[in-house]
Ligand binder design. Structure first.
Ligand code: ADP
Ligand code: MG
Length: 332
């Protein structure tokens, strides 16, 4: 199968031709011309601004060679939608640049199924891309819209703001790292622990509706990809403030020592939850947003004038952290 047959079969969808320029059950009319021309043509909604982000997934670095292709298709888009969520943007469209070692039809079938299931759930249209042979590499660029001036940034945290992290009753920060450690054989755990956390690593849920709900409420926001403390550090640096972070909210993960649960929650990575700051007077508004977006918000600390990040143990003592966040090319 050649490059063009492959695009035609797995990535170009008949229904888009009928959908472009019309509503057809969807309110997304951003893509005027999609796959098939040299450029996609996008229509801006009056009064809105574009938020654009790219994320690349490299085999051996971001995923295991044997991961289910359906899960990989999901995750490749999910990590990008998570960036839109962090800015409070509504997903509109995306491009897909794909390098494939060979044409494996079963793999392409699974990958495109996982990709489009998530794309359709967010009404986000695949409008173009590039396909090449080469070591497996997936790069997606997402395009989302926010009302002009409303994009959530990292730089707006104010002294006295509360700090929150999202999750659900069952899903919380640290579980993706826990799954990774088990799959890499670095911690021993029974199969039921892996079963209960594996979806957090392979099928993360981007908090898109939460992010949109936080517009006008959150003062700063970031999505958790490299670990809570490191990502919070980006907000603190951009906002020129410090933080006091409690640890009493971190639950003991079944079968793990508490210290390890702490490390995974605070420095785990791959969580794709939102970490944000908001003034204490907006607590009631946040409650409503949490309910509408079916997420649980946990207050984990406060923004301080004193620079730096201080951690408090569950009994209120100052804690030293002896772990760092994930960094490509980092020394750890
Ligand atoms: P060009 O040679 O101008 O770069 P291509 O021949 O690579 O264009 O691609 C043909 C069309 O298919 C273009 O509209 C491009 O956006 C689209 N396309 C290529 N690869 C992909 C892909 N992996 N996913 C979605 N669309 C793709
Ligand atoms: Mg091309």
């Amino acid at each position: 199968m050649g490059e063009f047959d492959l695009i035609e079969r797995y990535f170009r969808r008949r229904d888009l031709a009928e959908r472009t320029g019309k509503t057809g059950g969807s309110s997304n009319t951003s893509v005027v011309h999609g796959i098939g021309d040299d450029c996609a043509v996008l229509q801006s909604t009056p009064g809105m601004q574009w938020c654009i982000s790219s994320d690349m997934l490299v085999q051996g670095r971001h995923f295991f060679a044997d991961v289910h292709p359906k899960h990989l298709g999901h995750k490749a888009l999910a990590v990008n939608l998570s960036d839109l969520a962090a800015c409070g943007a509504q997903p509109r469209a995306f491009t897909l640049a794909l390098a494939l070692p060979q044409v494996d039809e079963a793999w392409l079938e699974g990958f495109s199924q996982g990709l489009f299931a998530l794309a359709d759930a967010h009404d986000c249209i695949l409008m173009g891309g590039d396909t090449s042979s080469g070591p497996l590499n997936i790069c997606i660029t997402v395009f989302g819209e926010v009302p002009a001036g409303d994009a959530l940034l990292r730089s707006g945290a104010k002294v006295g703001d509360d700090i929150y992290v999202s999750g659900t009753q069952l899903d919380c920060v640290g579980q993706a790292r826990c799954a990774l450690e088990i799959l890499q054989g670095r911690i021993k755990a029974d199969a039921s622990l892996l079963d209960s956390v594996r979806h957090r690593l392979e099928l993360p849920t981007p908090r898109v509706s939460l992010g949109m709900g936080l517009r006008g409420i959150a003062t700063a926001c970031i999505d958790l990809s490299d670990g809570l403390l490191g990502d919070l550090g980006h907000i603190l640096t951009a906002s020129h403030v410090g933080a006091l972070v409690q640890t009493d909210w971190i639950g003991k993960v079944r079968g793990l020592p508490l210290a390890q649960a702490h490390e995974f929650a605070l420095a785990g990575g791959d969580d794709y939850e939102l970490l944000f700051t908001a003034p204490p007077e907006r607590r009631a508004a946040l409650q409503a947003v949490a309910q509408r977006s079916a997420t649980v918000l946990t207050r984990v600390g406060q923004v301080t004038q004193e620079l730096g990040l201080r951690l408090l143990s569950p009994d209120g003592q100052a804690m030293t952290k002896n772990f760092t966040s994930f960094e490509h090319f980092g020394s750890v």
